[in-house]
Write a protein of this length. Sequence first.
Length: 131
Amino acid sequence: MTAIDIDAIRKLTDAATPGPWKTGDRFGNRSLGSSVAVLAGNLPPVQLDPHRNGRNDAEFIAAARTLVPALCDELEQTRAALTASRENAANLANEVGALKAELERMRAERDECQRLLQSSAPLSAISEVAW
């Protein structure tokens, strides 16, 4: 899958006529006849043939003017959240590694204590313990 170049998309949207855009069959007082158009600011309409899915295409084009920047925002937020999650996972992995090492150290210490206890005289043989 190819990564989406948000910077390139933002350059395209920044260079386009500001939105929101709309669709219609009139431009000012002038009827556009049987065509449908994308209306953007004071620019001449982009006319599409309504008999070849033109109305749906026009609605899509008009909506894209505001949807594309919103999708870019959403994608940037998602990428930032993913980066933060990956960093958090790496930190947790480091912490788990440190805890495993500490556990191994404590097990070794326990084993050494057990060895020392087994090699020394029984507790009943000790007459006096100073605490």
